[in-house]
Design a protein around this ligand. Structure first.
Ligand code: C5P
Length: 222
């Protein structure tokens, strides 16, 4: 019970992924990218032709998900049934499908233990929507990372541009708003800060500023 843990929840595009990676690197702790598990479940459903509203089959699929996150030369990969899906699960469409699958209670239940298994020495950075409210309720330090929807759309736009992908800012904003709505309004594990979470609005903060702030908080609480 003395293994340190930091939970980082928040809406899509707030920088959780980047920040969680950097903190995990800095601390040497494990990293749980819980969104990837929902993205992988949705991807596996597509592959096995399971409809995204077939809750029982999707839960079975989630429970048996054959995934691996090997790291080679500092680059982490995501394998589904041995196939490299690192890029395929990162598209906006994959995110949209993930959020539909994530709204199903038995899918969330099926992924619960798999997420808790990441909690191992020397520590864990857990990135998601319900890390502090459901999966790791005992975590001593819970962060809720947000930014305005406009700023999140702008960041995603920049990210896509850098990756050579054309996307319109206004359609990205619409997608972000739609995903926010689905994630905050679902009946099970809706996106919201835990009662004991520290809410950090990053709209006007740079990535190093956020990392420094979190490192400070970890030092105070750790
Ligand atoms: O964080 P990411 O964009 O990869 O997550 C994809 C989707 O998975 C989210 O929009 C959300 O619906 C779902 N998710 C979730 N609970 C988590 C992580 C992600 O419901 N802990």
């Amino acid at each position: 019970a003395d293994i340190p843990i930091l939970t980082i929840d928040g809406p899509g595009g707030a920088g959780k992924g980047t920040i969680s990676n950097l903190i995990a690197e800095r601390t040497g702790w494990h990293l749980l990218d819980s969104g990837a598990l929902y993205r992988l479940t949705a991807h596996a459903a597509l592959k096995h032709a399971i409809a995204l509203d077939n809750e029982a089959s999707l839960a079975q699929l989630a429970a048996r998900l054959d995934v691996a996150f090997p790291v080679t030369d500092g680059q982490s990969q995501t394998l589904l049934e041995g196939e490299d899906v690192s890029r395929a699960i990162r598209t906006e469409q994959a995110g949209e499908r993930a959020s539909r699958v994530a709204a199903l209670p038995s899918v969330r239940q099926a992924l619960l233990q798999r997420q808790r298994d990441f909690y191992q020495a020397p520590g864990l950075v857990a990135d998601g929507r319900d890390m502090g409210t459901v999966v790791f309720t005992e975590a001593p330090l819970k962060i809720f990372l947000t930014a305005s929807a406009d700023e999140r759309a702008r960041r995603r736009h920049l990210q896509l541009q850098e990756a050579g992908v054309d996307a319109s800012l206004s359609s990205l904003l619409k997608e972000i708003q739609a995903r926010d709505a689905r994630d905050t309004q679902r009946s099970v594990a809706p996106l919201k800060p835990a009662d004991d979470a520290i809410v950090l609005d990053t709209t006007r903060l740079s990535i190093p500023e956020v990392v420094d702030r979190l490192t400070e908080l970890l030092a105070q609480r750790g």
